[in-house]
Design a protein around this ligand. Structure first.
Ligand code: GLU
Length: 371
């Protein structure tokens, strides 16, 4: 994509990009990134940041030598670190004439459409008013159930939400490394082979690894957004990417966009449970544009209501699809395995024929979503 076509850009900055060798916040790095972002804003581009680094910064300030395991210690680190992180961003942007606007989000903000739209309006308003939206997970209140997951995922959610043209994921490696040990320049299609290149690297300060970056890259490309994974510790890389230089790995946007509602089912919402299906149903779902019927359902787990998003899993517990279910978990217990004509009398209310209608169902690449 050429420079003039990029109107709206989301940049995700990982903890490792923002942390010095002594594990404290790298102020110079943040300053240099803010300078690049300000240059793009001067040129009229809308730029939003999704930043990690709060827990990392807070850890060193509270004296934790490695990432705490206890939730409350992580939350305390985030509380102290987020403040520090924003202070450095604010100073760096102020020096360039821009304000830094903090937005802290949880998964619940994406589940509820009203809240979802509110985030969008706040972002738009910041962009209109010479400010840079700086987004992070609200780690001080996030518990496992309401977490977005990791900031790679959060960045993809934000890029989709605000209609970005491009997502740049900055990390401490030069891009996706191929089998030959060299950086893969371009990925046009997400195949299991591409996912194999990602070795899940665990990090002692942030979360995520190349696998979560690939999942996010796949998600945004399905929304028509190009994605680049590149080294954020190298000076000037953001500008170079925007100016079309061959930096990092570029993931081309998909030629066929998945509809917004299906993207929300597959990615933005959080599944409330799972339906286990037999081999016949699996085959029908994977090979054709079919709905899921009660006759193919073996059982379920989780506590869900009609209208919730659930996973569809095969006999090996592999997730094959996600969809909006028409029956609650207690109704599923009664109707599983039955033909459509047989179960109507067992369910008190008048429900649909399908357990999940094909319009509310998204088939997933087995490697793409495993959360
Ligand atoms: N929200 C976390 C932080 O600011 C980072 C999560 C992640 O790196 O994925 O420290």
């Amino acid at each position: 994509m050429s420079a003039k076509k990029i109107r709206r850009l989301v940049i995700k900055i990982g903890t490792k990009v923002l942390t010095s060798a002594d594990k404290t916040l790298d102020r110079e790095r943040i300053k240099e990134i803010a300078e690049q972002v300000s240059t793009l804003k001067d040129r009229g581009m809308d730029v939003m940041l999704v930043t990690s680094g709060a827990i990392g910064a807070g850890m060193s300030m509270l004296g934790f030598k490695k990432r705490p395991v206890k939730l409350e210690e992580l939350q305390a680190s985030a509380s102290v670190g987020q403040n520090r992180l924003m202070h450095v961003y604010s100073e760096s942007f102020r020096a360039k004439g821009y304000a830094a606007g903090q937005i802290l989000l949880t998964q619940e903000d994406f589940n509820d459409r009203r809240r979802y739209l509110n985030i969008k309006y706040t972002i738009e308003s910041l962009l209109k008013n010479k400010a840079v939206p700086i987004i992070n997970e609200n780690d001080t209140v996030s518990t496992e159930e309401i977490r977005c997951g990791d900031n790679d995922r959060l960045a993809a959610l934000v890029a989709d939400l605000c209609g970005a043209d491009k997502l740049i994921i900055l990390t401490d490696v030069d891009g996706l490394i191929g089998e030959d040990g060299k950086i893969v320049n371009v990925v046009s299609v997400f195949t299991p082979k591409v996912y194999k290149l990602a070795r899940a690297v665990s990090c002692d300060m942030g979360t995520g690894g190349m696998a979560t970056k690939l999942e996010s890259a796949e998600r945004v490309t399905q929304a028509g957004i190009e994605c680049v994974i590149a080294n954020g510790r190298k000076k000037g890389n953001i500008i170079k990417i925007i100016e079309g230089e061959d930096i990092g790995t570029t993931f081309k946007s998909a030629s066929v966009k998945i509809l917004a509602r299906k993207r929300w089912i597959a990615f933005s919402s959080r599944p409330k449970g799972a339906l286990h299906v037999d081999e016949g149903a699996k085959e029908a779902l994977l090979s054709g544009n079919k709905s899921l019927l009660a006759s193919g359902v073996l059982g379920s787990n989780g506590n869900f209501a009609s209208g919730d998003v659930v996973k569809v899993v095969d006999k090996d517990s592999r997730e094959i699809a996600r969809g909006v279910v028409n029956y609650s978990s207690s109704e599923i217990a009664k109707i599983k395995g039955l033909k459509t004509g047989e179960f109507k009398a067992l369910v008190a209310r008048k429900g649909r024929d399908e357990v999940i209608h094909k319009d509310d169902l998204v088939i997933l690449s087995a490697f793409a979503i495993n959360t």
